[in-house]
Design a protein around this ligand. Sequence first.
Ligand code: SF4
Length: 222
Amino acid sequence: MTRQTVCRRCGTCCRKGGPALHDEDLELLRDGDLVYQDLLTIRKDEPAYSPLTDQVEPVTKELVKISGQGQSWTCRFYDPAHSSCTIHSHRPLECRLLKCWDTNDIMGVIGKNTITRLDIIGETDPMAAWIYEHEKKCPYRKANSLLEALSSSPHPSPLLTELTAIIREDLAIRTRAVAQFHLSLPLELFYFGRPVFQVIRVEGLNFFEKQGEIHVDYVNRA
Ligand code: SF4
């Protein structure tokens, strides 16, 4: 069998999700090859797919990725009709290094010199204060520890109350920012990442809306 040495344009890597951005990719943003609406933030401790472990697990630091297409993780720049990248000559570092038949180069940069929202917008951007407030009031570290405690607690009510408060605060901050800055959904996802209630997935945990507010209930199925 002939050993693969070139990209066969099967699209598998682009369907797994857009790349995380690194220092080297700031130039793409400065030159307008990428705009904020192309990006999705994965907040620190947010559960996300790790190419290093091939598992979904909390990320150890904030990442900014190229966002997906609709509800799918397929990179927004992947053109399935032509099995091609629509920004090929301006694709980010990870895409330039990725060779599915030899992952040494890509694995060498995963998680290194990645950039954050503040690296992109700068501390003087009015949204910086919103990002800090959001991180302070709705940290995934706290949500994760509540979820872990829930699974083994015989008294889940206080934990659910705390979790509900984080989920509501997350939505409240977004709602205020969207109203004040007229943010589109892609911009909201760049500035604040995905809503917490859409990210956390634990068996037995249910979200529902009642009288205009989100509620959480939990049935321990262990
Ligand atoms: S930027 Fe291009 S090469 Fe990189 S994942 Fe997206 S479609 Fe694929």
